[in-house]
Design a protein. Structure first.
Length: 608
């Protein structure tokens, strides 16, 4: 949530900061602001609303300022207006800060500071940081930051400038991402590497309780304990072009259509036909260690949680290991029991999800081996876990996850095959799984070539305000994901349920105004699904079915039908979710919604 950009260098910083904020719009926000150092004074401009207004005002921004910070805010404390927008200033207007995260003890800090004579202008938790820095700043901002950080409870990613130190940008983090971009006689600071790749591919990731000081030609990182911390410089693998729409009207549609390639990237170099298994670098676990695993806990949030449920099915079927799925947001608050021989798998697209990071730390504290599955190289989760598997899906800009979800499913399948082969899966079954995995990109491409059929269905159903999604077995989590996609981007109420649970309450909702999306690809429980659908049909419900090609068993029960290629049942979620992604997209467009930036949502949920 929120976005931070900072710059110091040889160029006028106004447009650089604006471009950075535009590249972070997908994270979600409701206000924006800039602070510049000009003639040893701070100039601050901030507004509620979209960043497009800043584009209209750009000519009034200072063009002879070479150091500044900028921010997009997603309201937590205080309404989304220009007063609560960042940056926030101290009483002297010499220090400006932007903040991602939440300060949990801000009320107490604010009360103490007010008694000491500090005057607050906003309702935010963030403003206390500016006043604490003012209190402790005696010409040494790093010492002031250390004193401030020791008093903050909560999460923060910070960028700070001070009019007494032109040409310097400071940053600090605890639980909220921060990255330094290294340019030629210029330096960048951001909460997201996506804001940097247009200028540089060389980046350094700041870790928890570290402080960074950047000038146009240098960066220095220290911590609460150390005066200097040595950091590895990473090279970002993706380019600016991957952050553009490439001729598509929305990022979400582009990312749906990128899935043949993102799936191919997820298994490229990971299929070992000689040994009929998968090979996954980065696991840092030997075959004997994997053989010793007696249970798996998967922790995740949102779309990744749906992937985790499918992961549970995969591990229990292919690896013969009992698995449990946990909401990361609940995991650390209920003192979970984690046996010594349990493997904890954390799943996140961004690798910055606050609840998932907290769950990882809790699991490690209890002595568990933790494995991360994420998309962003160098993310907090990747560094915290120390072992794991990257998706290699490329940047996902649309708030509603699509290609990252299918890549998560593929990586979970590879991991289940790998462990399964160690634990007794036959060579024949291993080869069957590898061949089926390799066929997925072309099968998804076949689905996408018939996207027009999904658009036709959307044209006939977009005015409905309630949908049910039902499935059984591997298709139940797909139903959850399909309903979430529709809710996220079209604001239509949708509920995903296990088909057999219809008769235990939800069937009371069925009438001619409640379309039901039925996940019914070929499987051993198709007859059971048909029985559930017959109950819906008997109550005048309208049926949109997703079936396997050449399957005619659902014809009489379906008002609308879309078919997907045949695959082993444990891989069908990757195929059956694609038309649901398209359906959500086309309905959202028809309803006039902002597909890539749906209201109230953020791409990276970096607060609890």
């Amino acid at each position: 949530m929120c976005g931070i950009v900072g710059y110091t260098g040889r160029r006028s910083c106004a447009k650089i900061l604006l471009e950075g904020l535009k590249s972070l719009e997908y994270r979600g926000y409701d206000s924006w602001g800039f602070s510049f150092i000009k003639d040893n004074h701070l100039l601050t401009i901030k507004r509620a609303g979209k960043i497009s207004e800043a584009e209209n005002l750009i000519d009034s921004f200072p063009h002879d300022s070479f150091t500044g910070i900028a921010h997009t805010r997603w309201a937590t404390h205080g309404s989304p207006d220009h007063i609560n927008a960042h940056p926030h200033l101290d009483c002297t207007s010499e220090i400006a800060i932007v903040h991602n995260g939440i300060i949990e003890n801000y009320s107490l800090l604010k009360s103490v500071l007010e008694k000491e004579g500090h005057t607050f202008k906003s309702d935010t938790d963030s403003e206390v940081i500016a006043h604490l820095l003012e209190k402790y700043y005696r010409g040494d901002m790093i010492e002031a930051l250390k004193e401030t950080m020791l008093r903050l409870v909560g999460t923060f990613g910070l960028a700070i400038i001070c009019s007494r130190e032109p040409g310097v940008v400071y940053g600090a983090r605890r639980g909220s991402p921060l990255v330094v971009g290294i340019g030629e006689k210029e330096m960048f600071l951001s909460s997201d590497v996506n804001a940097l790749v247009v200028h540089t591919r060389k980046v350094v990731y700041v870790d928890d309780d570290e402080i960074v000081r950047v000038t146009p030609t240098s960066f220095e990182i220290s911590s609460l304990e150390k005066e200097k911390v040595e950091k590895k410089i990473f090279t970002v693998s993706f380019s600016k072009a991957s952050l553009e729409k490439g001729g598509f009207p929305h990022f979400m549609l582009k990312e749906i259509f990128e899935q043949p390639e993102s799936l191919r990237n997820a298994f490229r170099g990971r299929l070992d036909y000689k040994r009929a298994t998968a090979k996954l670098g980065g696991l840092e676990l030997t075959d004997s260690e994997l053989l010793a695993v007696r249970g798996i806990k998967l922790v995740a949030c949102g779309t990744s949680w749906h992937a985790a449920i499918i992961g549970k099915y995969l591990f229990e079927e292919l690896s013969s290991i009992p698995a449990e799925v946990e909401y990361a947001s609940e995991f650390r608050y209920r003192d979970p029991v984690i046996p010594k021989d349990t493997l904890v798998i954390a799943i996140s697209q961004s690798g910055e999800t606050a609840d998932t990071l907290a769950a990882i730390k809790e699991a490690k504290k209890k002595g568990a081996k933790v494995l991360g599955i994420c998309n962003v190289v160098g993310s907090s989760m990747a560094r915290e876990c120390g072992r794991g598997v990257y998706l290699h899906a490329g940047p996902e800009i649309g708030v509603a996850s699509t290609k990252a979800f299918t890549s998560q499913l593929l990586v979970l399948t590879l991991l289940a095959v790998l462990i399964g082969r160690i634990r007794g899966m036959s060579r024949r079954d291993g080869l069957m799984a590898l061949n089926a995995i390799e066929a997925l990109p072309s099968q998804v491409n076949r689905i996408l070539k018939r996207a027009g059929r999904v658009e036709e269905i959307a044209n006939l159903t977009w005015k409905y305000n309630n949908f049910l999604y039902v499935g059984r077995g591997y298709q139940y989590p797909v139903a959850l994901e399909g309903a979430l996609k529709l809710k996220e981007i079209s604001y239509v109420h949708a509920e995903g349920i296990q088909a057999a649970e219809l008769k235990h309450g939800p069937i009371a909702l069925i009438d001619e105004n409640m379309p039901t999306v039925v996940l019914a690809p070929e499987s051993y429980i198709l007859d059971k699904v048909k029985s559930n659908v017959a109950e819906i049909k008997a109550r005048k419900g309208r049926i949109i079915s997703v079936v396997t090609e050449a399957n005619r068993e659902m014809d009489e029960l379906s008002d609308f039908k879309f078919s997907v290629p045949p695959a082993p049942h444990f891989l069908t979620p990757i195929l059956s979710v694609v038309p649901l992604q398209l359906l959500a997209y086309y309905i959202a467009v028809l309803r006039g919604c902002d597909v890539d930036k749906p209201r109230n949502l953020a791409k990276s949920v970096t607060v609890e």
